[in-house]
Design a protein around this ligand. Structure first.
Ligand SMILES: Nc1nc2c(ncn2[C@@H]2O[C@H](COP(=O)(O)OP(=O)(O)OP(=O)(O)O)[C@@H](O)[C@H]2O)c(=O)[nH]1
Ligand SMILES: [Mg+2]
Length: 232
């Protein structure tokens, strides 16, 4: 299926009219027996680096799987921003990558109303699905309902780290990703700080902590390997 055909089908799964509903039913029946790909959710505060990380991570993933990225934007601003900018810079490989933005439409919870339906479709057309939520606060944890594995992104030394630990989004995080670790000293300090607080917040449960930099490429092969391992 070409990217154009996928994009048209996604629109059918987003539309709210009888013709679209009929086509959705037909597509659902056709894909009922298709293999179902895992879904990785990426969530975190506005500006933490979700889109940039996805853009930098995707080349490490498309080597192994065909990847669909669904990025939920806060409003009708459907430019795709950093994500599409990064995608434009990606070498070739477009048939292994599909990128789509969705407007959240002011919906609380970090996702759009039709995100679940579109994810249903994408996981039957690709080998791996990444979902970026809108920049979330403390209680927008809907991503846990659509993703098998949730990465919670945090910035180094972003004030009181403990504030994240009581939050709903913290509860649904399967792994933490410390973004913007461009320099070793920053990475080490932030990693140590977060590792100790994570131990306090989730006693008895090991939450992996990845330090990455989309700018320098630090930690990206390791994070990609971890993502592929949990979605094998
Ligand atoms: N130094 C540095 N800056 C980064 C890195 N990754 C992202 N940034 C910057 O952080 C800012 C926000 O990045 P985005 O990727 O747009 O963040 P986001 O979480 O997708 O933001 P929203 O979708 O608006 O919530 C941009 O100015 C990026 O250039 C990094 O690894 N190092
Ligand atoms: Mg973004």
């Amino acid at each position: 299926m070409t990217a154009g055909e996928v994009a048209r089908l996604v629109t059918v799964f987003e539309r709210d009219d009888p013709a679209a509903a009929r086509e959705r039913d037909a597509v659902r029946a056709r894909l009922a027996q298709a293999p179902v790909a895992p879904v990785i959710g990426l969530t975190g505060a506005p500006g933490v680096g979700k889109s940039t990380l996805i853009g930098a991570l995707v080349p490490h993933l498309t080597v192994h799987r065909r990847v669909a990225v669904l990025a939920v934007d806060p409003s009708s601003r459907v430019s795709g921003g950093a994500l599409l900018g990064d995608r434009a810079r990606m070498p070739g490989g477009d048939d292994r990558l599909f990128v789509r933005s969705q407007a959240s439409g002011g919906q609380p919870g970090g996702l759009a109303a039709t995100t679940g339906d579109v994810v249903w479709l994408l996981r039957r057309l690709f080998g791996l699905v990444l979902v970026e939520t809108v920049g979330v606060g403390q209680t927008e944890d809907d991503i846990a309902g659509v993703a098998n594995h949730v990465l919670l992104l945090l910035q180094p030394l972003a004030g009181d780290v403990l504030q994240h630990l009581k939050a709903g989004v913290m509860e649904v995080a399967d792994a933490l990703v410390l973004t913007k670790c461009d320099e070793q000293s920053l990475a080490s300090r932030a990693h140590a700080e977060l590792a100790s607080t994570v131990g306090l917040a989730r006693p008895g449960r090991r939450v992996p902590l990845h330090a990455v930099s989309a700018r320098t490429g630090r930690g990206l092969p390791e994070l990609a390997a971890a993502v592929l391992a949990v979605s094998a």
